[in-house]
Write a protein that binds this ligand. Sequence first.
Ligand code: GUN
Ligand code: ZN
Length: 441
Amino acid sequence: MSKLLLRGRVLTFVDEPKSIDDQSAYSYFEDGAVLVDNGKVVDVGEYAALASVAGPQALIVDHRPHLILPGFIDTHLHFPQTQAIASYGAQLLEWLNTYIFVEEQKFSSTAHADFIAGRFMDELLRNGTTSAAAYCSVHRTSVDAYFAAAEKRNMLMIGGKVMMDRNAPDALRDTPQSGYDDTKTLIAKWHGRGRAHYAISPRFAITSTPEQMEMSRALVREHPECYVQTHLSENKDEIAYATSLYPSAKDYTDIYANYDLLGSKTLLGHCIFLSDREIATLAETKSVAVFCPTSNLFLGSGLFDQGRFKELGARTSVATDVGGGTSFSMLETMSEAYKVLHVQGQRLSPFASYYMMTLGNARALGLEDRIGSLRAGADADITILDSRAKPAMELRMRTATTLAEELFILQTMGDDRSVSEVYVAGKPMKSGLDKAAASHG
Ligand code: GUN
Ligand code: ZN
């Protein structure tokens, strides 16, 4: 494979911005370039300097005037809910029963799972997301479909079979033993194969019996290399029900703590109504609270208080939570994150937003050596952004004078149309998708 030199305005983070104008947190090259070889970033810097390093054989792709960023990372979503986005009128528990547990039954069909898995990966890429952590359905074959679709595109993806053995329709229930066995089989098959990472996935305390939680504990103990993903404290009725099912737990967080499910590889979706004690437990165990703004607004769940997590030293990440979430776009997600924090008197700066979608989420996953930045040696997962992709954006951009303003306009007005290209391990993917979209009719 020959060297690739991507030319454009390059933005990549080295740390979390400490203030609205903290320039030490990022590198920005106005006439910049990223040199890619064999799927990896070789170097990043000024175009003129890199052009001479790259040599005459390198293929130069001129993305000017667009921005070149690391691919976006989504730390929580549900691949079987791709066709259930925008299901009307219900809060969490009713929404799960009315729409989601009906939709997820379709994934007993391998053909359906294969079809949706392919479209799901393409939709992520179309939106500039190159890596994600997703729940599959309870069916083992849905995990095969998911990782096979990721492998075909060479995407770094995290995923796992949902385990649930109560409070769900018969067709969606496993048992403590079958959930354990299937998870073991899937870890052996997929974890560490190519770019795949497995996440042990008890859905949440309501849908797992104490016996299944015990089995989850065993899986985590036997596979410390895997992630754990579950849901925590999203909705008030959910909290009341979960804690009633585990009466000896101090609170909702304590349910997971009692089964040793908290840790630095644990991703906890939502975390809206946690007490200081619970947040302190997340901080102590280094667990990650996942902020899902479009979902929290859409399901009428509540407002994530990111400031409190920061104050108490707990880790956070950000995610779409499709299909409770309403968009695959991390740009649209950050637009809603801004609003959720704004209404609570917190101000999310544009640079902090782009940090969160890239290096911040990579750090939350412990994958900052591989993804989330364009440092030398990183995987060449790259997103190209066009700030003038829509007429209204073009008009608005005429008045923008700073990079911060441009980033904020992109986040507030942008969507998949603002992603002009996306590279996965150095391979351009978006043009192929546009052709496929045209043929979907
Ligand atoms: N809690 C348990 N399952 C789910 C789910 O699928 N979506 C959301 N938003 N919350 C959940
Ligand atoms: Zn979720």
